[in-house]
Design a protein around this ligand. Structure first.
Ligand SMILES: C[S@@+](CC[C@H](N)C(=O)[O-])C[C@H]1O[C@@H](n2cnc3c(N)ncnc32)[C@H](O)[C@@H]1O
Length: 240
């Protein structure tokens, strides 16, 4: 891909100064779990047997990804995130290392974890083209940046181009889960998704989208939204 073909990313790549322990995790542990440019994107990413591959797009601080990976040791998880502070936080959740004084000579996963998480520390759109057709059985897009202003609508992640790629990499019958707390993004997403004939909204009653799914893991962004009075919705789509 030429540099000029790189899609423009409008979010933040880094926030406040990263503390020493997290910075060491980024230097020493991230390379062990990061997806390298030449690696094939399939089950061979993992050194353990995996039954399925799940992708989380924009995992933020990584709470959902870390908890799902712990709950499902037989699934291979790919997490994509651009925000360095969030990636560092996920590494803390995976290793349990919070302080530099906890830093061992060889950093390892927490003993209760298996090696089932791989991280793409860049724009997920650069990874899409490397994922084979139907390779994934679940894709999570939780609280994507809403870009509520009309003039920023083209920045919204739920758009026909990205949906086409997600439909391609998700196997038939696979789950695409989107959560959002923003009124503009709620109606935007429902319109885009119902226009897209590759997906079927699985909700049968209002509770199916107003209530958190049974296997839900709360995220930092979600807690903030609820504290500020915004009510999230949870949309599950089946790949047809
Ligand atoms: C509003 S935050 C939500 C984070 C998290 N999902 C949560 O619920 O707490 C959206 C996240 O998506 C990430 N993001 C946005 N576009 C992305 C892209 N194209 N590739 C990877 N990550 C992306 C941003 O960096 C940001 O951390």
């Amino acid at each position: 891909m030429l540099l000029s073909d790189k899609p423009k990313f409008y979010g933040r790549r880094q926030g406040r100064k990263i503390r020493k322990a997290k910075s060491s995790l980024l230097d020493c542990f991230l390379p062990k779990v990061a997806i390298k440019p030449e690696t094939p994107i399939d089950k061979s990413l993992f050194n353990i047997p995996t039954n399925e591959l799940w992708l989380e797009i924009g995992f933020g601080n990584g709470e959902h990804l870390a908890a799902q990976a712990l709950k499902h040791p037989d699934i291979g998880f790919i997490g994509a995130e651009v925000f360095k502070n969030g990636i560092a936080n996920l590494l803390t959740l995976l290793t349990g290392i919070k302080q530099n004084t906890d830093m061992p000579e060889h950093i390892t996963l927490l003993p209760e974890r298996v090696d089932n998480v791989r991280i793409w520390d860049d724009d997920v759109r650069l990874l899409f083209t490397r994922i084979p057709d139907g390779a994934l059985s679940r894709v999570f897009l939780l609280f994507p940046d809403p870009w509520p202003k009309k003039r920023h609508a083209s920045r919204r992640f739920v758009n026909p181009e990205n949906l086409k790629e997600i439909a391609r990499i998700l196997q038939k019958g696979g789950l695409f889960r989107i959560a959002t707390d923003h009124p503009v993004y709620k109606s935007w997403t429902l319109r885009r998704m119902t226009e897209d004939h590759n997906f079927r909204w699985t909700a049968k009653t209002g509770n199916d989208w107003r209530r958190q799914p049974a296997d839900w893991v709360e995220t930092k962004y979600q807690r903030k939204a609820v504290a500020e009075g915004r009510r999230p919705i949870f949309l599950d789509f089946e790949r047809l």
